[in-house]
Ligand binder design. Structure first.
Ligand code: HEM
Length: 414
């Protein structure tokens, strides 16, 4: 079909209430209003459609007619031509990542990477994750405020992904810097020249680091994911050096910023729902439904974008070819058409379900790892002999795609 009609008018509140400090502190009142009054709406501010209902988000994310590959070139149009040129390596590296590829490239990459990123490798990390969690928890001070993000939510997934890749912990600070630069560019509402400059510097540094690590493994292979990625074969096909670099940088930011956010958001629930904390402490099996409910109620990924190559219609709203579409995962979990009392956090809900890890061909590759880490982490926090308590307001960054506490002051009362 061809869209000939004018774009439906956007209500004023979509501009005034979106991307404000209040929105980043608590986006859910805005999402509730989107779901009720404007389930598919154009945002002039970011030049994209916002799609909020649960069903449309699930269907849209798994619709292979919508492109993931067109996302980077579309986003990059918000950069100045000079910034696009001087940051060409960063843009090319991101465009090589499998989350930004369509079939058949995506299918090929996913198949090769899945040979290395196996369920066995993830399950084998369980004891190690328990040990890291125990080490971090043992270092919590008692009787004085500390930042749960710095002491726990960030280092745990970062240590785990480094351990999995075979990267020494001394490089954690660099990996964090690279990851944050790329996340800032990809997760903000629009790309800015300054963010692209920072991402370019990070990609060049990470590229040199990974190339060196791969050279070492070519000489002496190790039992780590870097070696496995280099050795992955599918019918004679293998990942190129550039593809491995892009994959590893994708794992850095896909692997820990998101898990960090889920652990931080889950820890807040533990503090605000003492009866659920006690129930989880008494019965570790409750970690599974608890984490799934965090993925619905306060997930760490709030949107994923797609671009339609042809004119299309979503929930009766005509959308023109090339217009970016944001599937609002954070809003979808609060859809009253799908969930009874969506604002209530209830791990035992009969209508459980979420799109926190996406849906379809691009469904999160790291979901088993993220689930394992988050369950172990939140169970350990629930089982602290003296419960954590808030010691100040939680601060969130101005990222549209990732919701994670930037600072989370807590205290274990003496
Ligand atoms: C709580 C933690 C996590 C959340 C909420 C999350 C969320 C997501 C979502 C929503 C997608 C779908 C993207 C799309 O449809 O365009 C995705 C894809 C992906 N995730 Fe995760 N993720 C998490 C943890 C991880 C971890 C730990 C890893 C790896 C170590 C990982 C690696 C990936 C990769 C490689 C993709 C791309 C898959 C593809 O395009 O085929 N994620 N993730």
């Amino acid at each position: 079909m061809t869209v000939t009609a004018e774009r439906p008018a956007t209500p004023d509140w979509v501009a005034t209430d979106f991307l404000t400090p209040a929105f980043f502190a608590d986006p859910y009142p805005f999402y509730d209003r989107l779901l009720a009054e404007a389930p598919v709406v154009w945002s002039e501010q970011i030049g994209a459609w916002l799609v909020s209902p649960f069903d449309e988000v699930g269907v849209g994310l798994s619709d292979l007619r919508l492109s993931s590959g067109a996302r980077i070139p579309t986003l990059a149009t918000t950069l100045s031509p000079a910034a696009r040129e001087r940051n060409a390596e960063a843009i090319a590296c991101m465009a090589r990542m499998m989350s930004f590829r369509d079939a058949p490239d995506h299918t090929r990459l996913r198949r090769l990477v899945s040979r290395a990123f196996t369920a066995r490798r993830v399950a084998g990390l369980s004891d190690e994750i328990e040990a890291i969690v125990a080490r971090l928890v043992a270092a919590f001070p008692v009787g004085q405020p500390f930042d749960l993000r710095t002491a726990f939510a960030f280092p745990l997934p970062a240590m785990v992904i480094c351990r999995m890749l075979g990267i020494d912990e001394v490089h954690l600070a660099s990996v964090r810097r690279w990851s944050e630069a790329v996340v800032t560019l990809l997760s903000s509402a629009t790309m800015t020249d300054a963010a692209a400059d920072a991402a370019q510097a990070a990609v060049l540094e990470a590229d040199a680091f990974i190339a060196q690590a791969l050279t070492e493994r070519a000489k002496s292979p190790r039992d780590d994911l870097l070696t496995a990625l280099a050795q992955a074969r599918d019918d004679g096909d293998a990942l190129t050096g550039d593809e491995i670099t892009a994959m590893v940088i994708l794992l850095f930011f896909a692997g820990f910023e998101t898990t960090e956010g889920l652990i931080g958001n889950g820890a807040r629930v533990l503090m605000s729902h003492p009866h659920l904390r006690r129930a989880l402490a008494d019965d570790p099996a409750r970690a599974e439904p608890f984490v799934e409910e965090v993925l619905r109620w306060d997930p760490s990924i709030h949107r994923q974008s797609r671009v339609s190559p042809v004119d299309t219609v979503i929930a009766g709203t005509p959308i023109r070819a090339g217009e970016p579409i944001l599937f609002m995962i954070g809003a979808a979990g609060r859809d009253p058409r799908r969930f009874t009392d969506p604002g209530v956090f209830n791990p035992d809900r009969a209508d459980a379900g979420n799109v926190g890890f996406g849906h379809g061909a691009h469904f999160c590759l790291g979901a088993p790892l993220a689930r394992l880490e988050s369950r172990i982490a939140l169970r350990a926090l629930a089982q602290l002999p003296t419960p954590l308590a808030p010691a100040g307001p939680v601060a969130y960054g101005a990222l549209l795609a990732v919701r994670k506490p930037e600072a989370m002051p807590v205290i274990i009362p003496a």
